[in-house]
Design a protein around this ligand. Structure first.
Ligand code: PMP
Length: 361
């Protein structure tokens, strides 16, 4: 380890949850409800499943390294050119490509306190310095983030909505920010939960690309499209930025099952709509349940809610686990009294709320 680069030595590994089967064995329960990773409770569109089955015949072949068909479909859907798109093995892969292409030792990347854990991770992996800016009411303080941009800043990460807080930035606030970021600083606008948001003042990052050549918008098939396990995400930017990212990308970073599934999933607009409505109803159900328990929560537009346990959250998390409900402790995000719960099916949300009521007594 002494020989690893200085940033890597400071890295804390991302903490994935235990496999469900392992937990069920440990706890002696068989019907665990997993509301821990902001996954889709419905899974992917049946069209994506059948696309995966047909590609299985061909897995002795390398995938299409250019992702030609998926990029064409995305370009049409998003109103951009295929040459503006970078495909990644999950959007985390795109975040890492950006860091690798832009950051060298001593550079800085700015992001918000309580923002997505992968920003400091990819920054440190390049031996660059993560600069976490204090949040405002759990959300991004974009003015403070502008102030934090210095000579060594190469990247600013903005999550809209943010995970794990579920907070969001309005069109006017985002535009004010984008207009003020120095043009030689890359803005990464992470829209992993874009498709869930129903607020009319919520901005579509894609429509800002033309005016801001230093912008990269990232999205994913892991959330509303229900394809977390296949790993498929993408970035959209200027052609020049996409060209750089495609240079550092591994030739076959996206597998053939994921490419086909994503393309088919994109085509199923009804399924997307159904998922969005299910989530909106579920958000209201969980929010109301938390209110009834007199718990404060952060209003969320994603597929999850962070709530304040009013005490240290870890024992509450562990007690919920014994009830067969997995949620996510977020002490690592500087929120030791909060837990984050993903929105599930109505009956799963109910099981969570009932378990929480029992646990809190
Ligand atoms: N950005 C945010 C804000 C996220 O919450 C996540 C998933 N937890 C990601 C990016 C990465 O998702 P994926 O790599 O599965 O596309």
């Amino acid at each position: 380890i002494a020989l690893a680069n200085a940033g890597v030595q400071k890295l804390q590994p991302y903490q994935p949850g235990k496999p469900i089967e392992e937990l069920e064995r440990e706890l002696g329960i068989t019907d665990i409800v997993k509301l821990a990773s902001n996954e889709s409770p419905l899974g992917p569109s049946p069209r994506a499943m059948s696309a995966v089955r047909s590609v299985l015949e061909d897995i002795h072949r390398y995938p299409d390294g250019s992702g030609f068909r998926l990029k064409a479909a995305l370009a049409e859907r998003l109103g951009v050119r295929a040459a503006q798109i970078t495909l990644g093995n999950g959007s985390n892969d795109v975040l890492e490509l950006i860091a690798r292409a832009w950051l060298k030792p001593g550079d800085e990347a700015v992001f918000s306190e309580h923002a997505f854990a992968v920003y400091p991770l990819v920054t440190l992996a390049c031996s660059a310095r993560p600069v976490a800016v204090p949040a405002r009411e759990y959300g991004h303080d974009l003015d403070a983030m502008l102030d934090a941009i210095g000579e060594r800043t190469r990247i600013v990460f903005v999550a809209n909505p943010n995970n794990p807080t579920g907070t969001w930035i309005s069109s006017s606030t985002l535009d004010h920010f984008l207009a003020r970021v120095p043009k030689d600083v890359l803005v990464v606008l992470d829209e992993a939960y874009f498709e869930y948001v129903e607020e009319s003042a919520y901005p579509d990052g894609m429509t800002r690309l033309a005016a801001h050549p230093n912008l990269v918008v990232t999205r994913t098939f892991s959330k509303i499209y229900g394809l977390s396990g296949l790993r498929m995400g993408y970035g959209v930017s200027s052609v020049d930025i996409a060209d750089v990212l495609n240079r550092v990308r591994q030739p076959f970073n996206c597998n053939s099952l994921a490419l086909a599934a994503a393309e088919a999933a994109l085509d199923d607009a009804d399924y997307l709509e159904y998922n969005r409505n299910l989530n909106t109803t579920g958000l209201a159900q969980v929010a109301e349940g938390l209110e009834q328990l007199n718990l404060e929560y952060i209003p969320s537009v994603g597929n999850f809610i962070a709530f304040d346990c009013g005490r240290e959250a870890m024992p509450v998390y562990e007690a919920l686990l014994r009830e067969g409900v997995i949620v996510r402790p977020i002490a690592g995000y500087g929120m030791p009294n909060h837990l984050r719960v993903s929105i599930g099916l109505p009956e799963e949300n109910e099981r969570f709320l009932e378990a929480l009521a029992r646990v809190l007594g």
